[in-house]
Write a protein that binds this ligand. Structure first.
Ligand SMILES: C[S@@+](CC[C@H](N)C(=O)[O-])C[C@H]1O[C@@H](n2cnc3c(N)ncnc32)[C@H](O)[C@@H]1O
Length: 387
């Protein structure tokens, strides 16, 4: 069993696993007859189908969670396991003593895998997409320009996460805000996805401090007939609206711009947020910890540590403000080093029970690193918590 488990973990962690199926339940009373899990392109997640006699339940599970929680139980509960990677297929047959016989053969998906991956993108390569052509990411033929491939992958990755959020929760958001939208590749992509692919009405507002970029984006939106997409020139911390906001995003908004986006979301009671932070300077000069001086001595290590401490601080403060927070990898490190995504959902029905406890843990954390973050100061002044 240990060997099968290792093959599974290695393939999953190296993103080589295409799909797997657990079948032949050991107990006849087991109502789940088989379980089929499929990697979602570029995601840290698996789409898992629990196949009952007459219906299937589908869940999205983090790969890391699947490995630690589900895998050990499933290996005990099912007699057969089929693991497919792009190149090899492993069939594992477990006997009564849970010893697995592993049969290895060449995978039948190897020759189509590359093409399939491309087709799996929510906005595919090689199919002309008017907005991507207009913003210069695609050739009129539909081919993504080589210089824009990283951006194209980032856009698709973000769309997958948005899709995942809203297909899970049924329905679509009413009003999305994209702070620090820049040239707005992502903003246009999300609008296109809701309007043209999902055929649902959505309003999106992009905000940025670069006036000429905002003017250009507004012209492009009107050329594309994207009538509920508009762009506003200004600072995030000055932006106000009296319309309800349900979803706030930032992709690589610099330094405390992410914190301003968080503060706006709290004030406006946003139900969902996704932040991929960028350069994190604020805490860099504050960090001090006698016991961890080795990590603070070298610039590069200190920069990375600062980023991790900043995102940990944000996650804790958001939890204190009654959001459920998941920190996950946004996209492979080969595409950008800025690859941590904070996905936050408002806990409407179940506010955090142990708020005091969360506040105490946060205080301990901030004291340990001698930090006094902008986000905390602002949240206190807005009475999200008191110390
Ligand atoms: C690295 S770019 C990212 C642009 C875009 N989100 C993307 O991923 O392609 C960061 C953008 O945030 C904008 N920005 C930074 N701080 C801001 C602030 N306080 N208010 C509004 N925009 C801000 C910058 O002008 C810049 O366009």
């Amino acid at each position: 069993m240990e060997k099968a488990s290792k093959i599974f973990r290695d393939l999953l962690q190296s993103n080589e696993m295409h799909s797997c199926t657990f079948s032949a339940p050991r107990e006849k009373t087991n109502v789940i007859k088989s379980i089929h899990a499929k990697s979602v392109s570029n995601l840290n997640e698996l789409k898992v189908e629990f196949r009952h006699q007459k219906h299937n339940d589908i869940k999205t599970i983090l790969k890391s969670e699947f490995i630690t929680k589900d895998l050990p139980k499933l290996l005990q509960a099912y007699k057969q396991l089929l693991i497919k990677s792009d190149s090899i297929e492993y069939q594992v047959l477990f006997n009564k003593k849970l010893v697995g016989k592993i049969i290895e053969k060449k995978s039948d998906i190897a020759h189509v895998s590359k093409g399939n991956r491309t087709k799996n993108y929510l906005i595919p390569d090689n199919i002309p997409c008017p907005f991507l052509i207009e913003i210069g990411v695609m050739e009129p033929s539909g081919k993504v320009k080589p210089n824009f491939y990283k951006k194209f992958k980032q856009i698709n990755r973000f769309l997958e996460l948005v899709d995942n959020l809203y297909t899970k929760h049924d329905g679509s958001p009413q009003h999305i805000i994209d702070f620090g939208c820049g040239k707005s590749y992502l903003t246009f992509a999300i609008y296109h996805y809701f309007k043209n692919v999902l055929k649902t009405q959505v309003k999106i507002t992009g905000i940025d401090i670069k006036e000429e970029v905002i003017d250009h984006c507004n012209q492009l939106a009107s050329k594309l007939n994207f009538s509920h997409l508009n762009f506003v020139h200004g600072q995030i911390h000055n932006f106000q609206t009296d319309q309800p906001i349900d979803f706030v995003i930032t992709l690589h908004a610099c330094d405390i711009a992410t914190d301003d986006a968080i503060l706006f979301s709290l004030k406006n009671n946003a139900t969902q947020m996704m932040f991929v932070p960028c350069c994190q300077h604020e805490l860099n000069q504050q960090l001090h910890n006698e016991n961890s001086s080795a990590m603070l001595k070298h610039g590069i290590l200190k920069d990375r540590l600062t980023a991790i401490i900043t995102d940990s601080m944000r996650a804790q403060l958001l939890e204190i403000a009654d959001y459920k927070v998941q920190c996950m990898e946004f996209i492979d490190l080969e595409h950008t080093a800025k690859n941590i995504l904070l996905r936050c959902s408002k806990r409407n029905s179940q506010p955090v029970m142990n708020k005091e406890d969360n506040i105490n843990k946060y205080l301990q954390f901030k004291n340990e690193w001698s930090i006094n973050p902008y986000l905390e100061q602002k949240m206190k002044s807005l009475n999200y918590f008191s110390i």
